[in-house]
Structure formats: structure tokens, C-alpha cells
Design a protein around this ligand. Structure first.
Ligand code: ADP
Ligand code: ADP
Ligand code: MG
Length: 653
């Protein structure tokens, strides 16, 4: 077995791989970029090597430097995780040429599945059912339009090199085919550097069901059952589960056999996922599923398989790469219970899921659940930042219980118990989805989220009582039984003795002022001031334990929702933003509307650098002094207050 492994990745997956390595007595080498010097995966590893700048192209995607780092550290193998270089056959070959072991399949197998069109041709030959459509080489508009007509509308145009749901266009009307094709090709070229597409029949009531497979270097292949990933938004997975709801014995046999056949056809060794699309319009039928693609790596959602099989997939990957045979035969792999995974992202569901960034000033996950087990996979700790450089996933919440109903209930409870402040997150949306009656029924399909988006993303406004609780917390009042004046305990208040304080809070574009009166019994009356606000809330300081105070803010958690109040007037702060020294930070949460400067550009004091849209207004951020821009936020980025918008190069650098 290897003594030392380099993990060529970051975030939760790097941490998760290191956990298994530690258990197996393998020491770990992390790599990190400038942006990750203090990241959890670096702290978790036995040693760490700085690999380059924040942009992935100069660090996590720089294969030569990663290989050199592995050699220098004395590692014997490289685990690529998912994303980055995990499915890059040239990298695999370079690793092997340097005398190291790649923990994953062969370059040949990755190449065979690397393009969706060639993979489908190969699978057709191997007798695996593939999605009906055109997956030949021709790319002329007339040819593809004719094929689309033969296939029958609606059709789906797909980038052959695609991934992560990008480079896809559904076309319902032949008149729109040419435009959609051009758009798909542009997107594919930009995202993958490859404009080639294939055309598929759009499957109705589609369900995404995938099979986890494993092969070893001795020709054995097994499957670890299926996962259902039909809860998707824009072709991206949101909540995954194992096993698939409503799975029948016949359907499972057909799908797992097809997946094993696919892996055998390419002599597959390592962990892989065969993704199928299923027409579920008439239930799960063994003749209504088709191969879409194979992901030749560990999958983001692999923990649900681990929870229902009790197998550590990373351990198997390492054993197979070290030359061992598969640890178990097919009949020794069994399913037990039901598992869900929810992907917690820094994004704003209420604003069409705009990615967000920010410092995670408060980050708590439930430690245990009644009647279910919970596992949290994360690459961040409280105080860490979500930066614009990498995927904004904060954590994966994984739960397991004896059946689907209980596991889903446990997932909702786990999301309710998750507290994140400092960045906008999707936990409220995920909890709504976990409680959605249609999702609960198990009649899932990939259109479910879009159909129910309105209900799933509607944000409850904080009730007046919640605002009153926040105002009380913001007043700094404490309950001290012996103090004649409850505000006495606070030095700032000690020199004066009015029993009523006024506090103003800002929420969205609303400001509200509260009059807070302390009583001798330790309770407080909190009265909102202004029109129509006549209710008085009687509160005690200890009444709401689910509250997070962070610089300039208070966040109150209520179920899986959170309400964030700003303690200062954000517009007043915007004025001061220009004086912040070497970095300009966002004075309030908002959207980067326009970027007017670029890295390395010299700017003059007072020059407009970018426009931030916040609170329904545009705010121009200007240079506080002459200087050279080192980094600047990207257009369309959603930021929280405190997010660095512009960084200047050091004077004289
Ligand atoms: P899954 O989520 O099922 O594992 P996806 O195809 O959605 O599979 O993508 C998984 C991983 O691949 C993610 O980590 C994502 O960051 C990475 N990935 C997908 N598409 C791209 C892309 N266009 N560029 C870089 N990484 C990608
Ligand atoms: P990626 O490499 O981006 O993961 P996939 O081919 O796996 O691309 O497709 C991603 C998602 O798009 C699927 O999970 C499914 O929801 C949807 N999809 C793909 N092909 C079809 C199809 N022919 N009909 C309907 N939906 C599809
Ligand atoms: Mg896919």
C-alpha cells in the first residue's frame, strides 16, 4: 500500500479523501493556491505545497507543477478528486510517465468516455441502450437540422465535451434549431474549447438514475447499485438519493447489468458512474432507460452510495490503484436503508440562484439527528471565506435512515438545524424541497424544481416579532437579575440611566426603529415605532438562542430560513468604502453590475472601478487613490458586505 498520497484538489473532496487516507495509515500532501493558504484541506493534510495563484489555471489545473510537487514530497500516488484534472487523460499519462500512480482509471478509459458522442457510439456497439439521437461526426447545420427532424422534436443539443450541465439547449420548434445550435456551439467553445455537439431526443418526464461501478486491474467489475439525481436545476444536481424511489427488481437488474457491461467494454478500473436517462412517464420500465454518459471519476454525490452500502469508495479507489483486487464480490454488496445528500451552496435562490461569496462568520451543522445518521462533508470552517475563484459549494449534508420517508424527514430537520451567516445560502430552498409533497411522493423528475421554483424560492419576510428579537439583541441588553437597570452591565451605557433605548435595524431596503424598555424582572418590552406598528413584544434576552452576531449584522435563524439585519445604514457606509486602504470591500450585499477596470490597469483617484447594484440602486465604487488594480470582482457576481471588490497592487510592486 502507498505510504504517501498527494491530493490534487481542494475543498470538501480533498478533506474527505484525506480522512480515508488517515484511516488507512497513508500520509497526505495537500496542494494549495494563494487563495487557499489557510484552507481546511491544507490544515488537514500532513504536509502542503503551495502551487500557484488563485486562478485554477495557474494552480489546481497546472498538472506539471502538481506532479513536480508530488515528486518533491516523496508521494507515490495522486488522487485527483472530482473536477479539475480528474478526467484529463493527458494528465494521467504525465503522472504515469513520471513514475507515479494515478488513483483513477486509465487514460485510455477516460478518453473512450471523454466525448459524449464517441462514448455513445462505443456503448451502442457494446449493446448498451443509448439515448436516441445523432452522435456522428457531421456538424453542418443542414445535416443536424435534418437529423433533428428525423429524431422528432423536442430535441436536446449537447456539447460532446460538456459537463456540469453546460452547453445544452432544448429545442421545441424546428424554426429555432439554427439559432439554438449556434448558441450551444458558442457556449461549448467558451466553456470546453470544443464546439462539437450531438443531438438527442428530449426524453419526456425524465429521471436521472446513475449506477456506481467499480473495476479492478484484474478484469473484475461490480456495481454498487443506483443513485437518483432527478432533483435538478438547469441540468445540475441539487438533492441526490440512494436507492432510486420506486425502483423495481427488474429495472434495477437491467440498469446495473447495462452499467457493468459499459464498464467492461472499456476495461474499466477504479470508481466510475454510468449515467442513464429514464422515461418515467409510465413508471420505471426496463426498456425505457438509456445511456447518457459515463463519469470516469469519483462523483460529488458518492456519499449516498457509501451510506447505503457501508463501503468507503475512496478506500476502494486507493486499493485498486495499488493493484489490489476488488475488496468484495457482487453478492457481498448489499443495500441498507435510504440516504439523501443536499448540496449547500453560497447562492441566492431568490435572485435566480446568483452565486454568492462572503465570509462564513457563523457556521453550524447539526451533530446528530433522532432516528437517522448525519454526515457533513465540508471544506470550510467558521470564519473561512467563500471566494469567487472556485465552486461556491459550502457543504454536503448527508443523512441516512431505515427508509426514504424517515431519511427525507431527517434531511429537512438537518437543514433546519444548519446555521450559516455571512453569505447568502440555499438552505431555505433545500429545506422547502425536502418538504415538497411531490418530491416526498417519490414521483420525481428533472422538471420538478422548475415547476415549483416559485414556491420553493419564496422567502418568508421576518415576522415583526423576529425583528423585535433582533432589535433587543442589537441593543446589547443582558439579563442580570441583580442589576437595577438591565443596560447597566454594558460599559457604553453605564453612564446614563434611561430605561428605554432606541435601536434602528435595516432589512432589505427597510429600516425600522424599536423602543426597548428594560424591566426589573429581566424582561423587555420592544415596541416598533412608526405607522401602524402598535404591537408591543414582551421578550427576555435568553428567549432566542438561534442568533448569530457578526460584524455589523445580526442573523436570526428560524427553521431553515435566516433573517439578516444590518446594524448600520448601508448607504452611509458606502461613502466610506473608498477609504479602506489596499482593498475595496462591498459596503452592502449586492450585485456587481458593471466592471470598468481590469487587473494590471493603472487607475486614477476618483476613477469609477465598478458599479454595485444594491437595495434597488446603483452605487459606483471609485478608486480611493492612484494605483494599479491587482484583482477585481467579476460582472454578475453577487457579493456580501465585506467582500473584497477590488484589490490594489502593493505600492512600488
Ligand atoms: P456530478 O456533480 O454528478 O459529480 P457534474 O458533471 O455535475 O457531475 O460535475 C462534477 C464535477 O465536475 C464538479 O466538481 C464540477 O466542478 C466539475 N465540472 C463539471 N463541469 C465542469 C466544467 N465545465 N469545468 C470545470 N469543472 C467542471
Ligand atoms: P453533463 O455532462 O453536463 O452532466 P449529461 O449528459 O449528463 O451532461 O446531462 C445532464 C442532465 O441533463 C441530465 O442529468 C438530465 O437531467 C438532462 N438531460 C440530458 N440528456 C437529456 C435528454 N436527452 N432528455 C432530457 N433530459 C436530458
Ligand atoms: Mg452528467
Amino acid at each position: 500500500m502507498f505510504k504517501k498520497v498527494l491530493i490534487a484538489n481542494r475543498g470538501e473532496i480533498a478533506v474527505r479523501i484525506m480522512r480515508t487516507c488517515a484511516r488507512m495509515g497513508i500520509s497526505t500532501v495537500a496542494i494549495y493556491s494563494d487563495a487557499d493558504a489557510r484552507a481546511l484541506h491544507v490544515a488537514t493534510a500532513d504536509e502542503a505545497v503551495h502551487i500557484g495563484g488563485a486562478a485554477a489555471a495557474g494552480s489546481y489545473l497546472d498538472g506539471d507543477r502538481i506532479i513536480a510537487a508530488a515528486k518533491a514530497a516523496g508521494a507515490e500516488a495522486i488522487h485527483p478528486g472530482y473536477g479539475f484534472l480528474s478526467e484529463n487523460p493527458d494528465f494521467v499519462e504525465a503522472v504515469e510517465r513520471s513514475g507515479l500512480v494515478f488513483i483513477g482509471p486509465s487514460a485510455k478509459a477516460i478518453r473512450a468516455m471523454g466525448h459524449k458522442d464517441a462514448a455513445k457510439r462505443l456503448m451502442e456497439k457494446a449493446g448498451v441502450p443509448v439515448v436516441p439521437g445523432y452522435h456522428g461526426e457531421a456538424q453542418e447545420v443542414v445535416v443536424l437540422a435534418t437529423k433533428a427532424r428525423e429524431i422528432g422534436y423536442p430535441v436536446l443539443i449537447k456539447a460532446r465535451a460538456g459537463g456540469g450541465g453546460k452547453g445544452m439547449r432544448r429545442v421545441d420548434d424546428p424554426d429555432q434549431f439554427a439559432d439554438a445550435l449556434a448558441a450551444a456551439k458558442r457556449e461549448a467553445k467558451a466553456a470546453f474549447g470544443d464546439a462539437q455537439v450531438l443531438v438527442e431526443k428530449w426524453i419526456e418526464k425524465p429521471r436521472h438514475i446513475e449506477v456506481q461501478v467499480f473495476g479492478d486491474r484484474h478484469g473484475n467489475v461490480v456495481h454498487l447499485f443506483e443513485r437518483d439525481c432527478s432533483a435538478q436545476r438547469r441540468h445540475q444536481k441539487v438533492i441526490e438519493e440512494a436507492p432510486a424511489p420506486g425502483m423495481t427488481v427488474a429495472m434495477r437488474a437491467a440498469m446495473t447489468q447495462a452499467a457493468v457491461k459499459a464498464a467492461q467494454a472499456i476495461g474499466y478500473a477504479g470508481a466510475g458512474t454510468v449515467e442513464f436517462i429514464v422515461d418515467a412517464s409510465k413508471g420505471l420500465k426496463p426498456d425505457r432507460f438509456w445511456f447518457m454518459e459515463m463519469n470516469t471519476r469519483l462523483q460529488v454525490e458518492h456519499p449516498v452510495t457509501e451510506m447505503v452500502t457501508g463501503i468507503d469508495l475512496v478506500e476502494w479507489q486507493i486499493r485498486i490503484a495499488a493493484g489490489e483486487a476488488l475488496p468484495r464480490a457482487q453478492e457481498e454488496i448489499a443495500l441498507s436503508g435510504h440516504a439523501f445528500e443536499a448540496r449547500i451552496y453560497a447562492e441566492d435562490p431568490a435572485r435566480d440562484f446568483l452565486p454568492a461569496t462572503g465570509t462564513l462568520h457563523h457556521l453550524r451543522f447539526p451533530k446528530e439527528l433522532p432516528g437517522a445518521s448525519i454526515r457533513v462533508e465540508t471544506g470550510v470552517r467558521e470564519g473561512d471565506a467563500v471566494t469567487p475563484y472556485y465552486d461556491p459549494m459550502i457543504a454536503k449534508l448527508v443523512v441516512h435512515a431505515e427508509n426514504r420517508k424517515n431519511a427525507l424527514a431527517a434531511l429537512a430537520v438537518a437543514l433546519d438545524g444548519t446555521e450559516i451567516a455571512g453569505s447568502t445560502v440555499n438552505t431555505g430552498f433545500l429545506a422547502q424541497l425536502a418538504r415538497d409533497p411531490e418530491f416526498a411522493s417519490g414521483r420525481v423528475d428533472t422538471g420538478l424544481i422548475a415547476r415549483r421554483q416559485e414556491a420553493l424560492t419564496r422567502l418568508p419576510e421576518p415576522a415583526p416579532r423576529i425583528a423585535a428579537v433582533a432589535a433587543l439583541a442589537a441593543s446589547g441588553a443582558r439579563s442580570l437579575p441583580d442589576a437595577p437597570d438591565p443596560f447597566d452591565a454594558i460599559p457604553a451605557y453605564a453612564h446614563f440611566h434611561p430605561l428605554t433605548h432606541r435601536r434602528t435595524l435595516h432589512h432589505g431596503d427597510q429600516s425600522s426603529t424599536f423602543a426597548i424598555t428594560g424591566h426589573r424582572d429581566g424582561r423587555f418590552s420592544v415596541r416598533p415605532e412608526g405607522d401602524g406598528a402598535d404591537e408591543i413584544f414582551q421578550l427576555s434576552v435568553d428567549a432566542n438562542p438561534r442568533i448569530a452576531a457578526w460584524p455589523g449584522h445580526l442573523t436570526i435563524f428560524e427553521g431553515a430560513s435566516s433573517h439578516t439585519f444590518r446594524l448600520h445604514d448601508p448607504l452611509a457606509l458606502a461613502e466610506e468604502a473608498g477609504s479602506a486602504g489596499e482593498s475595496l470591500r462591498a459596503p452592502m450585499p449586492g450585485l456587481v453590475k458593471l466592471v470598468r477596470a481590469a487587473p494590471r490597469q493603472a487607475v486614477k483617484k476618483g476613477q469609477a472601478l465598478l458599479v454595485l447594484e444594491a437595495m434597488k440602486m446603483e452605487h459606483t465604487i471609485t478608486a480611493p487613490h492612484d494605483g494599479v488594480v491587482a484583482e477585481i470582482a467579476a460582472e454578475g457576481m453577487q457579493v456580501n458586505d465585506g467582500t473584497v471588490l477590488v484589490r490594489f497592487e502593493e505600492q512600488g510592486a
